[in-house]
Design a protein around this ligand. Sequence first.
Ligand code: TXA
Ligand code: MG
Length: 343
Amino acid sequence: MTEIITVNAEQPETDKLQAAADIIRAGGLVAFPTETVYGLGADATDADAAKKIYAAKGRPSDNPLIIHVAAPSDAELYAHTCELYYRLAKAFMPGPITVILPKKNTVPHSVTGGLDTVAVRCPSHPVASALISAAGVAIAAPSANLSGSPSPTKAEHVISDLSGRVDMIIDGGECEIGLESTIVKIDGDSLTLLRPGAVTYDALLCVCESVNIAPAVTEQLGENERPLSPGMKYRHYAPKAPLILLDGAASEVVAYMRKAQDSQNCAIICYDEDASELISDKLITIGARDDLEAQANALFGALREVNGFDAEVIYAHLPPKEGIGLALYNRMIRAAAHTIKKV
Ligand code: TXA
Ligand code: MG
C-alpha cells in the first residue's frame, strides 16, 4: 500500500513531513519533490533500505545513488570534502548540483554501487529540505521513476510508475527545473562535468578555472568504454517509438516535420512557434524556441505524453548545446539512442 499525501510546497506542514521522516527512519521508501525532479528516498546509512530502492525502481545495483543533505557542511558526516567543494557549495547550494567525493564508512557500498566515492547534493526545495532535516540523516534518492523511463517532474508521474511499490508519495506540485541536477567530480583543482543540468558549464567556470566535460555527456561511448558515471551507460528516458532528432536550420526542420506528417504515422515534439505550420494531431509543444528553461521543464513530461499517441516514429529538434541547452541535448540524445538526422 502506498500512502499519497499532498503538502504545501512553499511551507510544508510539519506533522505531514514528520510522518514521512518516520518512514525513512524505519527503513521505508518515500518519494518527494525536489527543485529538479522527484526523488525516491531512503535512509542513506541503511544498506537494506538502499536495496529496497533498487528493487522498487528495477534499477541495476551497480548504478549508485545520490545522497541528499540538509546543509552543505553535513557532507562531512558522509564524505571527505575539500576547499573546492565549499567553493561550489557557496556558489550553488542549496540548489541543483551534485558533487562526487571520496566516501566515508557511514555510507554503505550498496548506496554507492560498490564505489569508494559518494554523490552529495543539498536540494533547495522546501519539502526536500524539511524532510531531510526531520529524518535527521542523509536521504539516498535516485529519480522516482521506473528504471529507463523519464524522470518524474509531477507527482502523477511518480504515482503512475511507483504506486504500490513504495511506502509514501509526497505530492508537492510540479518541479521547477524539470531536469536532474548537474553532477561534477572533483579531481584536485579541476572539475569533470559528468551530467549537465541547471548549473551550467559557464557557471562552473566562474568557480573553477578548469572544467572538463566527460565524453559521455555529448557522445556515444564505444562498446568497451567505461563511463565516469555508471548511470551514463544505461538506456534512458526512451519513449516507446524511436525518437529522431533533426539537425538543421529551423525552417528546414519544420518543413521536414510537416512532410513526415503526410507520409508517416509520426509524433512531433516542437517549439511553440512551429505549431501553426504543422498538423495539430500527435503534436506536443515544449516552449518557445529561445526559452531553453521552459523546454527543460517540459521535456520529460513530453517524453511520457508522446507514448500515448501510438506513433511509429517521433521527431524533435536537436537542441543547441549552450547554457541549460547542454542538459537538454544530453537527455535528448540519450532518449533518441543518439539518432540524429541532418536536414
Ligand atoms: O536532480 C537529481 O540529481 C535527482 C534528484 C532526486 O536529486 N536525482 C537523480 O538521481 O537524478 P539518479 O539516481 O537518477 O541519477 C544519479 C546519477 C546516476 O547517473 C549515477 O550513476 C550518478 O549519478 N552517480 C551517483 N553516484 C556516483 C558516483 N559515486 N560516481 C559517479 N557517478 C555517480
Ligand atoms: Mg534517474
